[in-house]
Every structure is written in structure tokens, then in C-alpha cells.
Write a protein that binds this ligand. Structure first.
Ligand SMILES: [Zn+2]
Length: 181
């Protein structure tokens, strides 16, 4: 069942959709074929809960849907998750290149959680973006690798790195991280 996403998502998020799984407003077309699904080539789409995503289609060994899902704790959704295979491919490649775990501070955000944490209304986190905690990483190497691996939205903070895949590349620094730009 196709829902009029994102209209129904504003304010109501997933609960507005009777189908529980929402097709995004992405160029029409039916859902992926079963063969594509088995190969993990699911088209980008929103799941009202990460628990609804079939682990049989998961092929990114260093990440799980839960850590990329909304963390509002039920305030605005039930752990909504935006699945994007190409985004995950890039994230997994970054993990491999860095050679150590990438801790995700923030992934998908429902509208309410995005507002609570102070995200701009059209934040890429409303679909999928990640804020990766800087731990013992070589920050500059991580930024360079992220850019090389296809992340086009790169926000450098003192304690984390924001990454997304936007149409028009952008790079910015958050206050306090100027020396890393
Ligand atoms: Zn939420």
C-alpha cells in the first residue's frame, strides 16, 4: 500500500500510515523485485520501525538498523528507520578504511526528534545522515575518506563528523571545530 509520504509523515510520522511500511516519494515505480531484495538492493525507503526491516536483506556487517534508526524513545515514532543501500555501502567502506568501529551518535530522526535535538526542519537526518563520534580516529583521514567514498554533505564538529549524500556537495564546520576544517 502506498502512502502519501511525506505529507502523512509531517507530525504524524509512521502512525499515519495504515500499511506500517511507507514507500517514499521516490520516482514512483513498484517496490524492488524479490531478486533485488535478496541481493540487498532495496530501494531507499522509510520503515516505521527498524524492527520491520528484514535482517535477511542486511549485508553490512559492521552496522545494524537499530543504530541508524530514530532515538526519540517513542516520543515521535517507534524507531523509524530510513534504509538506503548506497548510503550503507559508503558507510561500510568508510568503516573498512578507518579500520576501527564507527559509533553512530545520530542517524534517522523523526520530525519530533529532529526538532527536539535542534535539527533544521529539512535536515538530511529526516531521511538518512549520520553523526559519527570522533573517538581514536584520525579526523582528517576520516574526512578525506568520507569525501572519497561518496559522502557529499560533510559537517565537521569537535566531537563528531556529520555525513550525508546530498545532490549539491557541501562542507561546513560547527563552532569549535574550525581548526579541523
Ligand atoms: Zn522518532
Amino acid at each position: 500500500m502506498r502512502c502519501a509520504w511525506p505529507e502523512t509523515a509531517i507530525g504524524g510520522e509512521a502512525r499515519a500510515c495504515p500499511a506500517r511500511i511507507l514507500w517514499p516519494a521516490l520516482k514512483n515505480g513498484p517496490p524492488e523485485s524479490a531478486g533485488d531484495a535478496r541481493r540487498g538492493k532495496l530501494r531507499p525507503m522509510l520503515y516505521s520501525s527498524h524492527r520491520l526491516f528484514s535482517r535477511a536483506y542486511w549485508r553490512w556487517p559492521h552496522f545494524i538498523p537499530e543504530e541508524l534508526a530514530c532515538r526519540c524513545g517513542g516520543r515521535g515514532c517507534r524507531g523509524a528507520y530510513w534504509h538506503d543501500a548506497e548510503f550503507l555501502d559508503a558507510l561500510e567502506a568508510l568503516r573498512k578504511e578507518m579500520g576501527r568501529p564507527l559509533k553512530i551518535n545520530s542517524g534517522h530522526r523523526c520530525a519530533i526528534w529532529n526538532a527536539v535535538v535542534g535539527g533544521v526542519p529539512n535536515s538530511r537526518h529526516r531521511r538518512i545522515a549520520v553523526d559519527i563520534a570522533f573517538q581514536k580516529h584520525d579526523r582528517r583521514a576520516m574526512v578525506d575518506a568520507a569525501e572519497r567514498l561518496g559522502f557529499t554533505g560533510i559537517g565537521i564538529a569537535k566531537s563528531f563528523l556529520h555525513l550525508d549524500r546530498r545532490e549539491t556537495p557541501a562542507r561546513w564546520t560547527y563552532p569549535g571545530a574550525e581548526d579541523l576544517s
